[in-house]
Ligand binder design. Sequence first.
Ligand code: TNX
Length: 488
Amino acid sequence: MIPLPESIEITRERGFTVTPKTVIVVPRDDERVAAIGRFLSSWIGIAAAPQPPPVENAAPSIPPASIVLTLSGPPTAAEAYQLTIAADRVTITASQPAGLFYGVQTLRQLLPPFVEYVGARPDASRPVSAPAVRIVDSPRFAWRGAMLDVARHFFTPDEVKHYIDLIAMYKLNRLHLHLADDQGWRIEIVSWPELTRTGGRTQVGGGPGGFYTQRDYADLVAYAAERFVTIVPEIDMPGHTNAALTSYAELNCNGRAPEPYTGIDVGFSAVCVERDATYRFIDDVVREIASMTPGPYMHIGGDEVKTLTRDQYAAFIDRVQGIVESHGKQVVGWDEIGAANLLPTSIVQHWRPKESPAALAARGVKVIVSAANRMYLDMKYDATTALGLDWAAYIEVRDAYDWDPAALLAPAPESSIVGVEAPLWSETTATMRDVEFLAFPRLPAVAEIGWSPRERRGWNEFKGRLAAQAPRWTALGVNFYRSPQVPW
Ligand code: TNX
């Protein structure tokens, strides 16, 4: 299992075997839980049935050989669950639907990998069984994220959904979409149509690019929500904005629109921070995105601006925080935004290995840890890796796993860390196959750092569990890196 649960008791009794009589029992009148039951049934080929109506003065009659999903308990730990597998019954109990979803993901990993093959159905020679265990589980961090850069190379809505499926399997709960950069603008903004018409037209290497209509985006948000993943939209600014600058001349201080950019340099572009048009533009963009985003966050980028003074930069971030707040969203930004007067709710995403996030934490700032030399999924594994970059480090699987984010913030307490996030920048990844190769097996390593208790984690034991995931990835058709560090 990855991530490792908080506690597991192996009861050494007979486990549970799915039979034609098995039913998945879900509470009546709860569509969210019914949907979780349907996920489970998609793996084991058994339909989910609503709980039978209560009979007066009788214990609720649950058929034998059931898998029972129950909501109960005080709604405190939103993502916690308990999973008990015994010969006659599997029960998953949580106070919130998210916990039931994670209980189902854990059960899934205890079933044989062939359940992942679409079309492979259990039969007598191939039973679907799970060992007898009692698991009590809850996450270490609230923010367990992945970031996908859809700006350098565009990924279609179906490809993004596939990535959501993969991250949700490892109990990640945020997908940060990097929606705009120098090479492309990827989200339709009705009030500024050239952003996608002109700015969405290309990508790194000169390919055709693409963008999400507002409908596509709403559909992605809903798809993610069914998997308990919150979409965090990012519009990077004031730098990384060539695609916007090429779409609208008035965003440039010299009033002239630059050519589209399809290379991979960074830091050369910035919207004109002295022009009113810039703030009208940002207000419209944030308003439209905020209105399509039920999640509380709006990521404003803020990284790598090489063309502004520190004061210009800080004043810009201050003003943009106000805009985001006026549209009811909470600011997230790359660690450079620490140079501004941060609102108490703003969250900083630490990425630069040479900058310590401890100083931010000492100011009371909440931090997402995305240290580039440990967590950037676009870094090469070693010098021979065909894809990826290497500016922060080579990151072999052990480097990705065998460290702890709390150490980075010490002496500030662990409570300064909202969580962890693994970004995947797409300068070198043109296809989903490329993305998978860089994400697997490091993404599950990051997921375990985000979920499992520090004291239960250890590389020697983890690498065996990682190897045990490989048949599942094969069944799912996931392209992964056969690291020599892992006993596949
Ligand atoms: C730095 S990380 C960037 C990105 C690049 C990435 C490549 C960050 C906030 N900025 O613009 O794509 O390195 O690894």
